[in-house]
Design a protein around this ligand. Structure first.
Ligand code: F6R
Length: 272
């Protein structure tokens, strides 16, 4: 170990180019199942959004096939909208219940989502940050990336020192997320999100992106300057990052040939 980092970890983002979303799902699911086998009360960091779905689907299948006991697995969602009525199908609490807790068979009380209810909004962010700290930290954080470059709902300009707090969504993100609501105007303006610093505390970051619309954000995150204007670029500070992308999302990476070469020759003893 070097500090908290196992020596098997390569201290740079490892970029894995997969054929499609289901190959990404299989790859990441295998690694999470190995984590749960080694640590039955592992803490999973859960992204919502379309990108993460293939991971949860593959994970549900792999866990069931291998009869893995998940009763002690814990989970923390990245973010939530502020002010949606309880049970709204677009709320991240509903999404996490529907797409993660139920299909994976997790214990519902072990899975946490920031509380976006207006009644407790003054204290919700710090309570969530505290709960994350008390859990001992996230073992593997699944992350999508927005077209704005956001991680969680940390929009451009978010401080790399930020912790869980209330943020205002950009109009681009509201437009992107309108597909989950009846009309674009229904997408809340505000959210509660883990901060960049909160996210970077996770022991392993797995960043996923599929499709050409994510190519700029992925290139900026991995190879661009480290800047709050591209929140994704904060991953360059992290010692253990795995980026799983399809060819389209990888298409603007300058060092793509090298990443493929490194993956092809990855030592078999090195996990994800
Ligand atoms: C979701 C989240 C967001 C999404 C991002 C990509 O919890 O925090 O950062 O990961 O907006 O969304 P999709 O996957 O729908 O393109």
């Amino acid at each position: 170990m070097i500090g908290a980092v196992p020596v098997t970890v390569v201290p740079l983002a490892e970029v894995v180019v997969v054929e499609n979303e289901s190959a990404a799902g299989e790859l990441v699911a295998r690694s999470i199942v190995a984590l749960i086998a080694a640590k039955p009360d592992a803490v999973l960091g859960l992204a919502t959004g379309l990108t993460a779905l293939p991971i949860y689907r593959a994970l549900a299948r792999t866990l069931a096939d291998n009869l893995v006991d998940v009763s002690r697995v814990r989970g923390f969602a990245l973010d939530e909208y502020v002010g949606l009525p309880a049970g709204h199908p677009g709320s991240y609490r509903s999404v996490i219940t529907r797409e993660v807790v139920e299909p994976l068979g997790l214990t519902p009380t072990n899975v946490h989502v920031p509380d976006g209810d207006l009644a407790g909004i003054q204290t919700a962010a710090l309570n969530y940050e505290q709960a994350l700290l008390e859990s001992g930290g996230v073992d593997v954080q699944i992350l999508g990336i927005g077209r704005t470059g956001h991680l969680g709902f940390n929009e451009p300009g978010s401080s790399f020192g930020s912790i869980t707090r209330i943020k205002t969504l950009t109009e681009k993100t509201r437009a992107d997320n309108a597909r989950f609501f009846d009309s674009p105007g229904d997408v809340p303006l505000h959210c509660i999100t883990q901060g960049i610093r909160t996210i970077l505390r996770a022991r392993h970051l797995v960043v996923l992106a599929f499709g050409e619309s994510k190519a700029d954000a992925i290139a900026a995150a991995i190879e661009g300057p480290i800047t709050a204007s591209q929140p994704g670029s904060a991953i360059q500070f992290h010692p253990h990052v795995t980026v799983v992308v399809d060819e389209a999302a990888a298409s603007k990476l300058a060092n793509l040939a090298y990443y493929k070469h490194a993956w092809l020759h990855k030592p078999p003893w090195q996990g994800l």
